[in-house]
Ligand binder design. Structure first.
Ligand SMILES: [Zn+2]
Length: 728
């Protein structure tokens, strides 16, 4: 419990949360709220929004009421606060009446600093009569953009917040969001009665996120390449549009040996809960999901968010990609898109409910999204401009900055394309037009007599990909209009005629880069983040991670609620061996020092200052793995192969191969038991692995994929086992 005499925000920040200084505009917001002021706070994800109301709620008299949209998020926040010794609870439909009455009693006797509540609970008669009798220190409205009909995520329940305010006119209200364009901001302020209160806005920029957007070809393979080359074994979210696509993509990735699971509203509630819990509590899972997944996901070490379909607005894109890298460490926002996505979304929208104004707004938002995809300048600049923020560009951490595209005079090709549209009666989309330009005698071309047109075969100078890119860019530049009701047929407009008849110049960028294969955008360990604590002993970090997992599991908590990765990294870098030193680690407050200090210090003492931590293999190093790999060994000895073991044990094939690697390293298995390689090949691969300093990817690429990552992992394990001199 926090002593009520602690009234200084900075003292609380240090003692409770373990940080020595406020970030961004936190201090200003806190001071404003402490004086009783209301405000709107615009801060990016991971910018420290919650401290803006948590600290004032702990200092001001009364209960801090926090309106938050999802139960999962509440649970996490309450758990995290409890870890820091803050008295917090949540109140929603998952509690039984005994639990509810206990929380009411706790609040009534002043035993709670913060109470989290879902908007739909707010105006239930029971809650109303309870809350009316209490002094409130403040009302915080998280994800406040949900109150606006102009936002991308309107939730009618949020209108209850506006009504709640009528009962507490003099209680400070603090509305917070990480995603709101200027129109949404205005709407939020009006609806919550904040029109005359200040806005505290921080830059929306997320410098640790690398944005990559490219054209869609074989999207799953592109995705697989991207994950393998940039984020192997790391947690990520893959967004697709439909439930079927979710299931298929998750199954495809699993079959390729990755740890992937599905999440969408069509799964039964139990399965959904299970998958979500697994994603939060275990390491390295990939969640393939519709946009039903994500709100309320507070996992800080999601390393990538990938889109296989276009989001419907820049706000959605920003919010969904914002779930990557909340811990400030390097992360990726990756997308493969095609113009068919735009057509599909347009048709869904036109066919959906809503007023004409609403649809018009939807079209505008989709156009803005497409422009972000087709942009040739810095993505960050375009993205931030959408939120009304200036950025000088050249961020150095987006695909366009890392690989600037060249432009070319595409006037003549554009004229060919436009003329093909005109001569076929403005009735066809890109697929048929490209066939035509390239002179392909398809059934369709013959049937419509298009092989006799003068444009037939005039475009052989470009390939299919280049034509597809050209059409997309013509649409983005509004030189061609897409007829949504006509199933995506291309139509000419006045701009088209200016190009066709008046010879107006068209400059386009060279063939859109394909995402997923580029080597230039590959991460190295140290780039892309200012928050890295410097070179850290990977084995020490792993040992700390294992300890964290054990402590979290024992309490039924996600690991990051115990400590963030960044705190572990600091521990590994500074190696504190006394409690005093441990207290200096950012994220270690008094409560965590008391609970975990001696356990962690003991481990750090054991492992430091040993000059060399004993080398462990690159394969799985979690504590359970050795038992688990022994089980794999038993099944292997019974004659089962990797696939059969995986299916029997409910593991991914990759995990089984990790076990093989572990077993080879422990000399319980011979390399040749599991891989079909000649001695010559083994020597060759081990030499290559030496040259690549043990990195698998370069070797994988050198042989054009002939040896899978699984095979290479085992060869590496054998090499380490030899290299340690354990065998000879
Ligand atoms: Zn950039």
């Amino acid at each position: 419990m926090i002593s009520s005499s602690d009234k200084n925000p900075l003292t609380l920040l240090t003692r409770v949360f373990g940080y020595s200084a406020f970030r961004g505009r936190q201090k200003e917001v806190i001071e404003h709220v402490l004086k009783g002021g209301s405000c709107l706070v615009l801060m990016p994800t991971g910018g420290g929004k919650s401290l803006c109301y948590q600290i004032p709620a702990m200092i001001r008299y009364g209960l801090g009421l926090v309106v938050s949209p999802l139960i999962a998020l509440m649970q996490d926040q309450v758990d995290a606060l409890a870890q820091n010794g803050v008295a917090a609870a949540f109140y929603n439909s998952t509690l039984d009446s005994a639990q509810k009455s206990q929380i009411r009693k706790q609040a009534q006797t002043g035993g709670l600093d913060l109470l989290y509540v879902a908007p739909e609970t707010l105006n239930s008669p029971g809650f109303q009569s309870f809350i009316q009798g209490l002094p409130l220190s403040l009302i915080a409205v998280d994800e406040a953009h949900c109150v606006s009909q102009w936002g991308h995520d309107f939730r009618p329940d949020y209108l209850e917040v506006a009504r709640l305010r009528e009962h507490f006119p003099s209680t400070p209200l603090i509305a917070l969001t990480a995603t709101a364009d200027p129109q949404t901001q205005k709407d939020v302020r009006e609806r919550l009665g904040l029109a005359h209160d200040p806005i505290f806005s921080s830059s929306f920029d997320r410098p640790n996120i690398r944005y990559q957007i490219g054209s869609k070809e074989k999207s799953r393979e592109q995705l697989f390449d991207f994950i393998q080359s940039e984020h192997p074994d790391q947690a990520g979210i893959v967004y697709v549009l439909s439930r079927t696509n979710v299931d298929e993509t998750a199954a495809w990735l699993t079959q390729k040996g990755l740890k992937a699971m599905p999440y969408h509203a069509g799964l039964d509630a139990n399965q959904r809960r299970q998958n979500q819990a697994r994603f939060l509590r275990e390491e390295g899972w990939i969640m393939v999901a519709t946009i039903a997944f994500g709100m309320g996901i507070d996992k800080p070490n999601v390393r990538f968010v990938a889109h296989l379909n276009l989001p419907k607005s820049v706000e959605s894109y920003y919010q969904e990609t914002g779930r990557a890298g909340r811990d400030g460490e390097p992360a990726s926002a990756w997308m493969a898109y095609s113009s068919a996505d735009v057509v599909k979304l347009r048709r869904m929208m036109e066919g959906g409910e809503g007023t004409d104004d609403f649809k018009k707004l939807g079209r505008k938002k989709l156009d803005d999204m497409r422009n972000l995809c087709e942009a040739t300048q810095c993505r960050r600049q375009v993205l931030l401009a959408y939120f009304g923020e200036e950025h000088s560009g050249a961020c150095g951490n987006c695909d366009n900055c890392l690989q600037p595209s060249n432009t070319w005079d595409a006037t003549i090709s554009a004229q060919k394309a436009l003329s093909a549209i005109a001569r076929t009666g403005e009735r066809f989309g890109a697929g048929h037009l490209i066939d035509l330009l390239m002179g392909k005698e398809t059934e369709k071309a013959v049937q419509f007599g298009h092989t006799r047109l003068s444009v037939f075969g005039v475009g052989k100078d470009l390939d299919k990909k280049q034509w597809a890119s050209l059409f997309r860019q013509l649409v983005a530049a509004k030189v061609v209009t897409v007829d949504v009701e006509g199933y995506g047929a291309y139509k000419l407009n006045p701009n088209s005629w200016a190009v066709l008849k008046e010879g107006q110049k068209v400059w386009l960028r060279e063939e859109a880069k394909s995402v997923g294969k580029s080597k230039q955008t590959r991460y190295t360990k140290t780039e892309g983040s200012s928050n890295n604590a410097g070179p850290v002993n990977a084995n020490l970090f792993e040992a700390l991670r294992t300890l964290r997992l054990k402590l979290a599991k024992a309490q039924g908590l996600p690991p990051y609620v115990v400590f963030h990765d960044s705190a572990l990294r600091e521990m590994a870098a500074r190696r504190p061996t006394t409690l005093n030193e441990f207290a200096q680690i950012p994220g270690v407050g008094e409560a965590k020092l008391k609970h975990y200090g001696s356990t962690f210090v003991e481990l750090l003492r054991q492992l430091s200052p040993a000059p060399e931590i004993k080398q462990t293999p690159a394969v799985s190093s979690s504590k359970g793995a050795s038992n688990s790999s022994d089980e794999t060994l038993n099944l292997f000895r019974q004659g089962l192969d990797a696939k059969a073991i995986a299916s029997q044990r409910g593991l991914t094939i990759t995990t089984v191969w990790d076990h093989f690697g572990q077993l080879i390293f422990e000399k319980k298995l011979d390399l040749k038991d599991v891989v079909d390689l000649s001695d010559k090949e083994i020597v060759l691969l081990q030499t290559e692995l030496s040259d690549s300093a043990g990195r698998l990817k370069p070797v994988f690429e050198k042989f054009g994929g002939k040896y899978s990552f699984d095979v290479l992992k085992c060869v590496k394990a054998e090499k380490q086992n030899l290299g340690n001199g354990l065998l000879y």
